[in-house]
Design a protein around this ligand. Structure first.
Ligand code: GRF
Length: 180
């Protein structure tokens, strides 16, 4: 069973749902994440773990891991989850936490990958699915797909084309990993 962590729109969560993958639970750090509405519409249990309701990040991450494990989660997918995870979470799902990132890692880690790619003037960027460690987008790469940067690209147009790739790549990788 899969647990999905979200903070935002949840278009990648939707791609996983549409693929028919066995999602047992969706967790977020934000109660206002639109992704939670998608989880509800699909009948998937969801819960919010805001930092300000816990004594520390470690304690929050441990509570989130407890909740996911209690619902039978074995694989955790970060789909637009905007916080780093502490060892108190990662140690509960060793080598079983993955993330999708809108660049060809190790190029352009962090929260402004698309802006950074445009600012650097690269001719291609892409999408990466990778294992999660304690660092910022620093775990080993599982799969990547390239996206050409066009002369007239804005952050929005480039993001749209990268997300088309993400929505195909992430469900494919998750399906293959879960089948192991
Ligand atoms: C995706 O582009 C992903 O690469 C990045 O955050 C974005 C999340 O979008 N980590 P969504 O919430 O899945 O629509």
């Amino acid at each position: 069973m899969i647990g999905v962590l979200v903070s935002g729109e949840g278009s990648n969560l939707q791609a996983l749902i549409d693929e028919g993958l066995p999602i047992a639970a969706v967790a977020s750090n934000r109660s206002d994440a639109p992704a939670l509405v998608r989880a509800g519409a699909a009948g998937i249990p969801s819960a919010v773990f805001p930092l300000d309701q816990h004594a520390s990040r470690e304690e929050r991450d441990e509570a989130m891991a407890d909740w996911l494990a209690g619902l039978g989660v074995q694989w955790v997918v970060l789909a637009g989850y905007m916080h780093l995870l502490r060892p108190s979470f990662l140690e509960r799902f060793p080598e079983r936490v993955i993330n999708v990132h809108p660049a060809l890692l190790p190029q352009f880690p962090g929260t402004h990958a698309i802006e950074d790619a445009l600012a650097a003037g690269v001719r291609e960027t892409g999408a990466t699915v990778h294992y999660v460690d304690e660092g910022v987008d620093s775990g080993s790469v599982i799969a990547q797909e390239r996206v050409a940067v066009q002369e007239d690209d804005t952050v929005d147009t480039l993001r749209t084309r990268i997300q088309v790739v993400e929505h195909r790549l992430l469900p494919k990788v998750v399906r293959e990993l879960c089948a192991r």
